[in-house]
Design a protein around this ligand. Structure first.
Ligand SMILES: Cc1cc2nc3c(=O)[nH]c(=O)nc-3n(C[C@H](O)[C@H](O)[C@H](O)COP(=O)(O)OP(=O)(O)OC[C@H]3O[C@@H](n4cnc5c(N)ncnc54)[C@H](O)[C@@H]3O)c2cc1C
Length: 424
């Protein structure tokens, strides 16, 4: 009895001071004065991923926002959720925080181009609004309300000093993020808390990550960046095709287009098969490229094939392609047979790779899988079987493409949870 009296009570406890947690705390404190709100964060600082987002420039949202920008095992939920939201809610939310935004090709950033400032301003607004923050407090358990808990959730958190803190709250928001980027706070804790409450979890995998490929020679092209048409293929058919800049690394390919496709690759359908194909000269047709090789051969018979290719693509990529087709770079054009020229043209227009399963979260920007959406009301973020318990952001089974969609999801689900709590 004595012990329970020392437990602090709140109207709302938010677990995680990331994008979703800060949005929820800001919205709730802005729109309902006097609400007692506590944010528990295991790191020393709030919003580490928000601050680092978009290479520090913080791509907050996108004018192309819609259900088709997201992946989930429950696309119906995402469709319904996206239909009742717009990216303009994000614009309004930040405008009210005094954070000016600008748009470039649909991508929306803060005018300061600094994610750190966005985090800092939301944090300050929360503190001005009376929100209490406890850092280095890792939540270890959430017990649903029972008679002895006065109808409130009981939340326990550990501190680095080995202390266990306890809180009672009518409402709890779990917004603990996903497993991506552990160096920025990515972790598994949220899934454990959800499991304690009986919520189901869809197995997780890293997304928006490089695609690792089975090719020991790839390092020859290391550092090359090239605009390419990239397809994921199954049974000789392009299933997905996107164009953008691809970077070659020692054991993987990266770049926005690759990161977007990584979500499909990690779903394992494409791993271990020759399923990733790059056209590294997409603006030139196969026939035209073949004709260019013919004409170079005719005009410059003693030119090396490497020199001829240097007019088309970066040097290191040419070296890699020639290695793949087993043609020494010093071969004179006059020595090329029809078969050589066909093989070279095909290698440039259809550079095929076998993606390998990687499963590492350190270079990923988001997490696929997570708490299943069937558990959550798409209009309020509230768990169906736990009134007063909300789940928001990346810990849910939703991942967005590159372009501001993951922050949009975290911010909007956080805002809708806060809006539901204050409207009760
Ligand atoms: C390098 C990088 C760049 C990115 N760039 C962009 C971008 O430009 N645009 C975009 O839309 N998305 C971007 N993303 C993705 C985006 O940042 C995340 O999807 C988003 O931050 C998720 O928000 P969240 O609130 O759900 O989780 P997070 O922002 O990860 O916040 C979760 C918080 O919960 C805390 N926490 C976890 N467990 C506990 C616990 N048990 N107790 C207490 N605290 C806990 C964590 O420490 C963390 O602070 C990027 C991600 C990375 C890694």
């Amino acid at each position: 009895m004595k012990k329970e009296e020392r437990i602090s009570r709140y109207d709302l406890v938010i677990i995680g001071a990331g994008a979703a947690g800060l949005a929820a705390a800001t919205y709730a404190s802005r729109h309902q004065k006097g609400l007692s709100i506590l944010v528990l964060e295991k790191e020393k600082l709030p919003g580490r991923k928000l601050s680092a987002a978009g290479n520090g420039k913080c791509n907050l949202t996108n004018t192309a926002f819609g259900a088709d920008c997201y992946h989930s095992h429950n696309s119906r939920w995402v469709t319904k959720w996206a239909a009742s939201h717009s990216y303009t809610e994000i614009l309004r939310f930040f405008e009210e925080s005094g954070i000016l935004l600008y748009e470039k090709n649909g991508y929306v950033y803060p005018v300061s181009n600094q994610g750190k400032q966005v985090t800092g301003l939301l944090f300050e607004e929360c503190r001005e609004g009376g929100v209490r923050f406890l850092f280095q407090a890792r939540v270890t358990s959430i017990e649903p309300p029972g008679k002895e808990k006065h109808g409130r959730y009981h939340i326990s958190a550990d501190t680095p000093g080995g202390e266990t803190l306890s809180f009672l709250s009518e409402n709890v928001i779990i917004c603990t993020g996903g497993r991506a980027a552990p160096a920025l706070g990515g972790c598994v804790y949220g899934y454990g808390l959800a499991e304690q409450l009986g919520l189901k979890i869809q197995p997780c995998y890293p997304v928006l990550a490089p695609i690792y490929v089975d090719d020991a020679r790839l390092g020859i092209a290391k550092g090359t960046r090239v605009d390419a048409a990239v397809s994921l293929r199954l049974q000789n058919r392009d299933v997905i095709r996107e164009t953008g800049q691809v970077q070659f690394n020692t054991d993987c390919l990266s770049g926005i287009v690759i990161m977007n496709l990584s979500s499909y690759v990690e779903r394992k359908l494409y791993c271990g098969k020759d399923s990733l194909s790059l056209d590294v000269l997409p603006e030139i047709t196969w026939d035209r490229l073949r004709a260019i090789l013919d004409s170079r051969q005719e005009s410059f018979p003693s030119m090396t094939v490497m020199d001829a290719m240097n007019g088309l693509l970066p040097v290191s990529l040419n070296a890699y392609i020639l290695d793949r087709v087993k043609l020494p770079g010093e071969t004179k054009l006059i020595q090329l047979t029809e078969k050589h020229k066909n093989r070279l043209t095909s290698a440039i227009k259809k550079l095929v790779f076998t993606p390998v399963e990687n499963g590492q979260y350190d270079k990923a920007q988001a997490t696929g899988g997570g708490i299943v959406l069937e558990e959550i009301n798409e209009k309020t973020s509230e768990a169906h079987r736990h009134p007063g318990l909300y789940v928001c952001g990346e810990v849910l089974d939703v991942d967005g493409k590159c372009g501001g969609y993951n922050l949009t999801f975290a911010l909007l689900t956080g805002i809708q949870a806060a809006s539901n709590i204050i409207s009760r």
